[in-house]
Design a protein around this ligand. Sequence first.
Ligand SMILES: [Zn+2]
Length: 285
Amino acid sequence: METGDRRFLIDCGPATTYKLVQTGMQPLDIDHLFFTHHHFDHTSDFATFLLTRWDHSIGEENRLKVFGPSGTEVLTDRLIGESGAFSTDWKARVGHHLSHTMHVSRGGSLPRPAPSADVTDATPGPVHSEDGLIVTAAPGEHVQPFLDSLVWRLETPDCSVVFTGDTQPCDRIVDLARGADALVSLCGNFQSALRERGIEEGQTGTLGAAEMAAEAGVKQLFLVHVGPDLSARENRERGLAEIASVFDGEVVLTDELTSYEIMTGMSDTSPATRDPVTHPHIHRH
Ligand SMILES: [Zn+2]
C-alpha cells in the first residue's frame, strides 16, 4: 500500500522482494511490514527482504518496524538474531574487509551494524500510531489454534484500507472495516467450489468477500490470493457477477505486479448514506 511518500508491506510471501523491485520499489522504500499470519506463503521471503534492506542500508534510513501475530518476534530472531539462520552471513559481512569496502562505497561508515528491526508481536486492538498513521488489528479466523491471524486496518490522512489476510468471513472483520475506503480480501475461489470441496472453513470465497464488503460499507473491494479457478480468463466475469449480486461498490480482481488506485473521500456508497445490510449466504462461525 502506497500513500503520500509512505509504503507499507502486508505479508512477505514467495519472491516478494523480487516483485517489489520489478515494480520499481526497493526494500529500503518500506519502513513498515505487517504480517497477517505465519503460513509460509505469507512469510517465506522475509529473510530476503530483511537482509537486502539491511545490506543496502547506510545507516541514514528509517528503522524497519515489523508487526504480526504471535511468532513474529521469534521468527525474526531465528533469521537474523545473534544465532539466527543467517548469522554466519551477516557476521561475514560485518567482519570482512570486502564487505566493508562495498558498504563504504555506498556511503556507509564502519563498523557495520548487525541487522535489526523493531519487531512487535501484536494483539487485536489499537497497535500503532505515528505521524497520522493509525494501525488497528482484529483477529482473523483461519487455522487456530495452530496459528494466530490478524486482520489489519491502516489509516492515513489520505485513506483507510483493511487487509484480511487468510480468514473466513467474520463479524469482527466487518466491524474493523466499517467506513474504510477499501477492503483487500482473500478470495480463494467461487463460494460454491469451496463449499463442494469442504474447504469453506477458515477461508473466504466470492460471496464471503462480497458480504463483508457490503456490510462494512467500503467503496472498493480488492480480491487477492485468488486461486486458479477464479483467476482463469474464462471464469473472471462469472466471479465478478457473483460478487456484484451482493456488493454494489467497485470490485477489482487483482493481478500480480499491477497497481490500483484507492478511491477516497465521501461518495454515494459511503456507509453513512446506506441502510445497514446483512447477508445470509455465509454461515458465520
Ligand atoms: Zn494461510
